[in-house]
Design a protein around this ligand. Sequence first.
Ligand code: BGC
Length: 717
Amino acid sequence: MKRNATEIVSQMTLEEKARLCSGRDFWNTAEIQRLGIKSIMMTDGPHGLRKQSGFADHLGINKSNPATCFPTGAALASSWDRKLIENVGKTIGVECQSENVGIVLGPAANIKRSPLCGRNFEYLSEDPYLTGEMAAHHIKGVQSQGVGTSIKHFAANNQEFRRMYINAKVDERTLHEIYLAGFESAVKQSQPWTVMCAYNKLNGTYCSENKYLLNDVLREKWGFDGAVISDWGAVNEITDSIAAGLDLEMPSSHGAGEKKIVEAVESGRLSEEALNRTVERLLKVIFKAFDNQKGNVTYDISQHHKLARKAASECAVLLKNEGNILPLKKRGKIAVIGEFAVNPRYQGGGSSHINPHKIDSPLDEIKKLAGEKADILFAQGYKLGNEAALMDDNRLSDESSNPNYKLIDEAARFAESSDVAVVFAGLPASFESEGYDRQHMSMPDGHNELIKAIAEVQKNLVVVLSNGSPVEMPWIQNAKGVLECYLGGEAVGGAIADLLFGEANPCGRLAETFPQKLSDTPCYLFFPGDEKNSEYCEGIFVGYRYCDAKGIKLLFPFGYGLSYTQFAYSDMRCDKISIAENDTIKVSVKVKNIGNVAGKEVVQLYISDMAGSVLRPVKELKGFEKIELQPHEEKTVVFELGKRAFAFYDTEISDWSVETGSFEILVGRSAEEILLRQEVTVHSAEKKQNYTINTTFGELFEDAEATDRVKAFLKDI
Ligand code: BGC
């Protein structure tokens, strides 16, 4: 029987209402037995389930029940595949049902402001459009199974340094265009059951107490009607939070929150109406979870593992493939080098740490797939530290930080006597994690030195990277092939084998810019800020928006990725070349697979404002489609663009606005490789004429109406 939240609120005592606003314990909401309100369980997320049945923590320290570990957010976003991430979400939803979890905490939709942020492996992209699309489809997938999500961390939680209280100082336009737009799109498209507010302050106010964020923007502007929950321990002063629009403090405050709320209502500091609204929103979510509970759900672990393998292969990005060194032939001597080949790095540390059902060993999978005609040799190359090092003070060290020349020499000997060497390298767990940021973008010396030594003896060198965020590649000229696998989940080992031997064709594209060096990144001078403040001085110029404007030479641009086939673009058409701001415009383009194997291409559409009066990025991503093409097959990709594709956030009206003028629609395969373009004109109804005593005649005469008025005025005097 469906229960009516409004009616139940009217039956609750003040104490009961206050009790519901804090968790019962670490993962569950409070229960009110008298009224039959049961508790629901929330748990991490986002790329799999971390349900703890024993000791609870929010750092991934204590054990959790086995679950499928999918590729992390950074990897999933590199698939640029809405259907894939939705399918992963759906599968996570099934696992939640099987564990009686009502809400899974994620997706994590924070923008990658700096490559140094320790949690970038969990986040999706540096671009708000891509972030919004991927987050929206993750949410759709999970929620299709009757399980709620909690898009997090709202908002401007872009670093781990002092994450509990740092004050992110972000101007209004930047906030909306860069840091909120992904959340906005996900909220509007997919209505997550809950939103998780971040720990940090935003422009002087804790996100958990930020009325502008939680009420004015999230609810009033975007129409969010779910509940806002706190990040674990993000509540500072619960009564201020409730007044600002927060609904649930997590985890439990062991009665302290309840007491404060009761006192605040009794003394008139907090209105009971505000509390009622909060409780009603919470009850709606709780009832929804119960109404959708399926009970006795089981799942086929091997099927979920299969999806994890497919996902991992669709996420990997082929960065370099000189002389078509890849795919490898299944014969001859192949030297597989590096401890990651037997002990893969497939997820990150912290609250998203999953206890996987099983982990594929890349070496075993390579052996399985290579068959009998190939001779696979293995050399360790470096020694990884133990994961417990994560908790050490000396976090940025790992045993492989220092080159182990004995192991390197042994590996070089193997490589020299082989036909090809595949080196597994990247970032060990201690180099990046929730809880701290990186201080540099280097891989451990032990990995770099190994690659250099192998390159000296074996020119057929392929590097397979496992890392959650971009790294510098001082050896890039010496490797013929580079495959970026990010943190690809429990089945990444199988996916790597599939990709190396061409059983799968790489089709991931970078969801973030790979700079050559740290000083080429937009907030290099300001990240992570001082003890109190992090000033977002680079404004809207984040990721490729910055590199485009500055003409920075990159290692690999946003949107980039190779395939074992090639694609040709032609015939770009727009159904109109002049539109009013509220019209839509259809853009079509033909894409053909001109190679000999089937493959997937990500067709990207960017918009460039050619003559706006406000400072705009050179171009911004406003559409993408991933398509699969058989050899010689051609498809037409169609994009539909509305006002928002051309708009900027106008602080004078606190809303999105389009200026009359020319825009270029750009279609290409990365932010650097634009292949087709078409100019269109957009006519805006809005005409801002803020003429003042300081307006020059030149400015007035640019406006025909103003010119007429001035002329008329001059005639009269
Ligand atoms: C993290 C969240 C996580 C929560 C619960 C926090 O420390 O920031 O992302 O969902 O813990 O584990």
